[in-house]
Design a protein around this ligand. Sequence first.
Ligand code: TXA
Ligand code: MG
Length: 338
Amino acid sequence: MHTQVLKLDDAAAADRAIALAAEHIRHGRLVAFPTETVYGLGANALDADAAAKIFEAKQRALNDPLIVHVADLEVGPLAEVRLLSAIVKQLTEAFWPGPLTLVLPKRESIPPIVTAGGDKVAIRMPNHPVALALIKRAGVPIAAPSANRFGHVSPTTAQHVLDDLDGRIDLVLDGGPTTIGVESTVLDVTVNPPMILRPGGITREQIEQVLGVTLAVRRPSSFVSHLPSPGLLEKHYAPAAQLLIVKDVDALGANHAALTAMRKKVGLLLLDNQREACQTLAGPHFVLGNTLEDVARHIYAGLRSLDSAHVDTILITQIPDTGIGEAIADRLKRASSR
Ligand code: TXA
Ligand code: MG
């Protein structure tokens, strides 16, 4: 299969590209597209055969359910559910379109492969003009995991998608780098209080403020016993290199020295304000920026970049566990657990 890449530089080009992509989706084919979080690998969510192709292209385990992307509150898989729950209404009003995925009771129209056989479905409305236009034009909800090989770091550029899936999918819509950079927050609203299954682009604090409740904390064991969801397990979002999270710049220097003495090639993921202290340390340096939002936006590109430089070990200092830092820290923890 030849993978076509279409840039969306001007309005006319974007319109043609989205029309073609929508046609692919309607014909049961695979299209990678940008969202505000990461690139998604989309297929018609109402077509079991199309959804099956996603699992094949990604080499994803069939027990890991897909998120269904919608562009409209009033149609599709959400219509009845929305009426059911005041919480869903509050959350969608506050955060949709945006990086919040809601786990809801599944409706008949969604084929079982999309939910990995489970009776709950994850739904989100992405805040990206290309994603929204594609869903509307296709006229169906779009099932889409992140457009990477299973277990790899999520893609935040069209090139990342090609690096993982070239020749395995029909089309990539190139909308440039994504802005948030880590995946959506997955919130199960079928339990009371709602439970964050995966921290992401909408922070715990933001959700708690809107709902006026303290969210439940996911205990891995209890969650796994209810519904297998490997995306939420350890050792995910992993680079090929070993990732080591250290306390501060001093520890970074000490670890660098020890690893270098062991003839390891070391790569560094740095904040702006750590550059100077680390400038004499050998090996590739990737600067993530200043704020937590910068770090979220650049972390996956950084991991991929140091991987392509074939380092043995990647060093980073720990990220504060607040705001979007909770999502970053979560991904780093998974990426480092092996
Ligand atoms: O930001 C995002 O969410 C991106 C973009 C493309 O929308 N998508 C994404 O999809 O990250 P994926 O498949 O890589 O991660 C979806 C996560 C997985 O951890 C999966 O196990 C969980 O959501 N999930 C999906 N459906 C679920 C369900 N019905 N119940 C519980 N967890 C679910
Ligand atoms: Mg993923």
